[in-house]
Design a protein around this ligand. Structure first.
Ligand code: ATP
Length: 235
């Protein structure tokens, strides 16, 4: 479904990622691991059209999308849920969700169904639909950010550190929901520092170090890889 080949991105003369090869199959849940600054967010930004690749290619369902505009990429079926959530704090939960369906604004019935689906996944968003987004707790805001991304009816969702800054119990709920979203048919590419929890729900993973992929494998392989355990799982 998604194929990155030799993908490199530079900020000025600084090479943030170099020759990254990643494949994500239709229906898979794939995780990108790595510490702060290793290149996960930059990879996401290149896929979603926010940064232009300096080399390499990005193919989605057989079509080259590298360097296309973010709007074209959302229309193609890829949505990014960024680490900083980018909600509109003074708008209501409902209004934030509707903004996520912007590319489908003419398909009223489909948007209604999507909204229903998001409220089923996150009942708290239904309960608080008239509240300002900025009044929600951190975990609820993260749920809103994911819900808003789902409103674009993506085939592939890019989740950038959805567990960051959340209490352990909420993190657990977050991973359960991500697994559910995947089981319902949306392909997921997840960037996480919480390697243990992420590998428990993922099919496969890639480990980034200083802008390159250093290890890849099935979740089982990564969970039992000594280096991965030492660096990211702490065992
Ligand atoms: P994080 O979890 O902190 O987001 P990451 O693995 O996603 O980490 P990136 O954000 O992709 O890492 O950063 C990769 C490298 O590029 C880092 O060295 C970072 O400092 C640098 N970088 C990121 N964004 C910019 C930018 N806009 N301008 C210059 N350098 C940047």
């Amino acid at each position: 479904m998604l194929k990155l080949s030799g993908l490199s991105v530079k900020y000025g003369s600084y090479a943030a990622i170099q020759e990254v090869d990643i494949e994500v199959g239709n229906g898979e849940l794939v995780v990108l691991l790595g510490s702060n600054g290793a290149g996960k967010s930059t990879t996401f930004k290149a896929i979603s059209g926010l940064e232009k690749p300096s080399a390499g290619s990005i193919e989605f369902e057989g079509t080259a999308i590298g360097g296309k505009s973010p709007e074209r990429i959302v229309q193609a079926g890829i949505v990014q849920c960024a680490e900083d959530r980018k909600l509109f704090p003074r708008m209501t939960v409902y209004e934030n969700l509707i903004m996520g369906a912007y590319v489908h604004r003419k398909k009223k019935q489909a948007v209604k169904q999507s909204l229903q689906h998001v409220y089923e996944l996150f009942p708290i968003l239904h309960e608080k639909k008239e509240n300002a987004a900025g009044s929600l707790s951190g975990g609820q805001q993260q749920m809103l950010a994911i819900g808003r991304s789902l409103m674009s009816m993506p085939k592939l969702i890019l989740l950038d550190e959805p567990s960051i800054g959340l209490a352990p119990l909420i993190v657990e709920q977050m991973f359960d929901v991500i697994e559910k979203i995947n089981q319902e048919g949306t392909t997921v590419l997840l960037a996480e520092q919480n390697a243990n929890a992420a590998l428990r729900i993922a099919d496969r993973g890639y480990v980034f170090e200083s802008g390159s992929i250093v290890v890849q494998g099935t979740s089982q392989e990564l969970l039992t890889n000594d280096e991965v355990r030492k660096a990211y799982i702490g065992a």
